[in-house]
Ligand binder design. Structure first.
Ligand code: ZN
Length: 317
């Protein structure tokens, strides 16, 4: 595999870094795409497409195994939009100072050095997951107050982000969009990123919309968690208060059934060295739970059923 890095200015003025992974296309691609049957939309691509929209570099953790399954094993095309530059959260970065040779765990040095480092970490993690292109929208990762749930996005240029997402969705015609579950307890940036993605998708015609999921990775005991949407934001309503898809990271396969998708998730965690305590999440969350948003357009339930069947069939191959 060869990798090409280009920096270009997009039509709405964001510096967009494209990483193009030129993987060989196996002959099974066509067969699996036909099986998935996403061509319900006129002009839909032969290879199904996934778009990830997140606030921070490392948020992809929430659906890392599902993304790996789609991009690496089922040969989907996957792209990722990261809204902030990830410069916040410097307090636990000290362990990575020896790796990068830079001061990271003080506020001013962290803000200066972390954006470039976290971009590199994300690209290495994304290479594992099989992500094709990255769009870094470089909004400042600020606004963190006493509680993460209250983190402000006032400094984000929301109109510009919305326009960028709308243009990308219209151009690429994605089949599925992954976001983080916008609960009232999650980081304010996660909620805002998901709502912006939902607004961009809502501007598409009903027959043109991808399935949009809100995801959270959690341990087995969180299995009873419900989410039906934020009462103050109707766009976040889900079709069901239980997840439409549960992907088990501990699904085992391989020699002596000793391998699992948890190993892939741990590879991803290991790439984010400047995140410090994130490393202690190794093997912590068993399930990736994906709730389906109501605004996902025509035949959303049957399309999600089909996606679930594809995800679960012959895992580990
Ligand atoms: Zn985050």
């Amino acid at each position: 595999m060869s990798t090409r890095v280009n920096g270009i200015w997009s039509s709405v003025g964001f510096l967009v870094v494209l990483i193009t992974a030129q993987a060989q296309t196996p002959s099974s691609v066509l067969r699996e795409s036909q099986l998935f049957g996403v061509s319900h939309r006129i002009g839909a691509s032969v290879q199904p497409k996934l778009l990830i929209v997140v606030a921070h570099p490392d948020d992809e953790y929430m659906f890392a195994a599902t993304t790996y399954r789609l991009a690496r094993e089922l040969h989907w095309i996957a792209d990722q939009v990261v809204i902030t530059d990830g410069e916040s959260g410097y307090r636990y970065a000290s362990l990575a100072e020896a790796i990068y040779g830079k001061k990271l765990d003080a506020e001013s040095e962290g803000h200066a050095n972390l954006p470039a480092i976290r971009k590199e970490e994300l690209l290495r993690a994304a290479r594992i997951l099989g992500i094709r292109k990255h769009y870094f929208l470089d909004q400042k990762d600020l606004g963190f107050s006493a509680s993460a749930a209250d983190a402000s996005v006032e400094n984000w240029d929301q109109q510009k982000i919305l326009k960028f997402l709308s243009n990308l969705l219209a151009k690429e015609r994605y089949d599925v969009v992954f976001t983080l579950l916008p609960t009232s307890e999650t980081h304010g940036h996660h909620r805002a990123a998901t709502i912006l993605a939902l607004k961009a998708v809502a501007a598409l015609g009903e027959n043109e919309r991808p399935l949009v999921f809100g995801a959270e990775a959690s341990p087995p005991q969180a299995g009873t968690q419900r989410f039906s949407g934020l009462p103050s934001v109707p766009l976040t309503s889900t079709l069901n208060d239980q997840p439409a898809i549960r992907f088990d990271r501990n699904t085992s396969f391989g020699y002596h059934n000793a391998l699992s998708y948890q190993i892939v998730v741990n590879w991803v965690i290991a790439e984010h060295k400047s995140q410090g305590l994130f490393q202690t999440d190794t093997d912590k969350d068993e399930f990736e739970r994906l709730w389906l948003f109501q605004m996902s357009g025509k035949d959303a339930t049957s399309r999600a059923d089909e996606l679930r069947r594809e995800l679960m069939a012959n895992t580990g191959h």
